[in-house]
Design a protein around this ligand. Sequence first.
Ligand code: SF4
Length: 321
Amino acid sequence: MSMARLKYDPWMLALHLVDGSASRRMTLSLEQLSEILTETRRVPTIHTVQVRGIEADPGELPDLVERARMIALAGFPQRILYTTGEGMRRQEAEEVLRAFTHVEFSLPSKLAILEAPLSEAAARQVEDWLRGIEYYARVKQAWQLSAELVVRVPARTIAGTLCERLDGLVGRAVFRVQRAGSASAFSLAQQQAGYGMKLCEEPYRVLTFNTNGQMTGCSGTHKPRVQFGSLREQTLTQLWEGEPIEAWRATRAQNQCQGCPGMGTTVRRPSLISIYDAVGEQRFHEYPQRQLQRAAEEAEGKAPTPRSPFREIFCKPRQAS
Ligand code: SF4
């Protein structure tokens, strides 16, 4: 298999397998999934596949497991299922935990809007959700499975209540609780004042395909999704580096990002902010990750001083081939 280097070194493939606005059926076809996996497997910087958008009906789980096995067979070592966990309390739990290397649970949208203190009815819904997680934790423990379980808790008033209840679950030792980032607490204007612009890396690091097999912008859900075409019409390089997606990257902050926490982990590392400011967002993301990591470590005194100053290291971005 010949390898293909893409501009910006994407590190993840994200797949929307379920269209949440429709009848919640698995709609990314096996043929389209196979095409996407074959092409993206050729990109040496992608090791992780994240499956998103599952509010699985029990009947969908065998389909989901089948697709996860295809992803494993294609050779991706990290396979993350990002799910609300709804409807996932059946015997397929063991198969889900064998097919994915990580399962990340987040609150279903109807619970994500709750505020503490919870009403009796809301508390019952939360208990139901927690029991689903508990079931997965028990299965993981019983079969000594290596898949990592993560529960994402929103950074809001409900967080304390949720953490308390999660701590009381059977099998608490086998899952991690992760508080959501706090970036969404700040307005876009505040972020622009602090950093110069919105600092989400997702458009540069994550290849996202929707349920129609179309490359789309990112995981942000606030606005209708943009579509850039499918692998049936264009090559992966044309989709990822083409004019439409580049224009969307440049303007997304104005039309899409408001209120979304995004990723932005590298740029929020303070030692990289001056480089980011000096070269601009798009050029910043063209530099290979290892080069940026080294620059950050040097600036933080964790690596030997470079022979040439940063300005010289960063004068020429890598040419995508
Ligand atoms: S901040 Fe949200 S909407 Fe904006 S690019 Fe990142 S994921 Fe997408």
